[in-house]
Write a protein that binds this ligand. Structure first.
Ligand code: ZN
Length: 287
């Protein structure tokens, strides 16, 4: 996880502008420091700037109680709110390592490198924050399947850190120091950079032309929730992407024939994937 840094002056100035500050998820008003960032982590629910910005957008969705929601690597404050808002059985918190989420007794296991057996068209909403940089397979595989799992009207709301420089990725066994240097954290396998985001994430997802939280929420609201100004605009580590199902650019071709080759479910899925990846592969080869 790569953390934004902010000067103390920025934080103090923002907080002076905003008057009293409280977490928009749990109402907590105490904030502690986090990785050099002053007073950013809610002492009650653990939310960070990006978690609170995300909640602004999630709250606005006005979810029905029976909405099917998959929440990957759930944040405690958002987990508590969604647990209250949604019917039992409609909300599925899940992670590769459920044991790390002791606050969520009902958490399920999910492996984002093995999603073939997950049902299609099932979820109204999928939520993940700072997850994709940890996933140890081609991220197009994960995004393709997450979007396949959405209902036609479903939304994938996520925060994918986009930082300086260009794309980098490594699945090999490299020294921890090198992993931290290249990816910002010892358990990250990739880095999305603004320099070539159109050719990395943008080659598989339809990205918005811009992100500006102030076009959706007032400056006062954001400051009151302790979301500092440098998180509001542009692609950064807090940008909240709200993808529709069709924003996944890799789609099965209508002409793809299930009897083209192979037998069995695994082979069929593999064929669908290669059909889905064909346009992107053609684009890459065409360059
Ligand atoms: Zn909180």
């Amino acid at each position: 996880m790569v953390e934004l840094s902010a000067s103390v002056d920025d934080i103090v100035a923002d907080r002076e502008d905003s008057g009293s500050v409280s977490c928009n998820i749990c109402g907590g008003s105490e904030f502690s420091d986090m990785r050099g960032r002053v007073a950013v982590q809610c002492a009650s629910c653990g939310s960070l700037e990006r978690t609170r910005l995300l909640w602004f957008y999630l709250e606005r969705l006005s979810l029905r109680r029976d909405a099917k929601v998959l929440h990957i690597a759930p944040e405690r404050g958002i987990y508590d709110r969604l647990r209250d808002l949604l019917d039992p059985g409609a909300y599925r918190p899940a992670d590769l390592s459920p044991e790390n989420f002791r606050f969520a007794q009902d958490i399920d296991r999910i492996d984002l490198t093995r999603l073939d057996e997950e049902p299609s068209g099932h979820y109204d909403l999928i939520i993940d924050v700072h997850v994709l940089e940890h996933v140890t397979c081609n991220y197009a595989y994960t995004l393709y399947h997450l979007h396949r799992m959405l209902k036609p009207t479903g939304l994938h709301v996520c925060v994918i850190p986009i930082l300086g420089g260009g794309y980098d990725e490594c699945f090999q066994d490299i020294p921890e120091e090198e992993r931290v240097r290249r990816f910002g954290q010892s358990d990250h396998v990739r880095w999305f950079g603004r320099d070539d985001i159109d050719r990395s994430l943008g080659s598989v997802m339809r990205l918005p032309s811009k992100f500006d939280a102030t076009s959706d929420f007032s400056r006062e609201e954001l400051l009151r929730a302790n979301v500092p100004e440098h998180h509001w605009v542009g692609f950064n580590a807090s940008t909240v992407f709200r993808f529709r199902r069709e924003d996944m650019l890799l789609q099965p071709r209508p002409s793809a024939s299930p009897k083209a080759s192979g037998t069995g479910r695994a082979r069929t899925v593999a064929n669908k994937m290669s059909s889905a990846l064909a346009p992107a592969l053609r684009r890459v080869r065409g360059r």
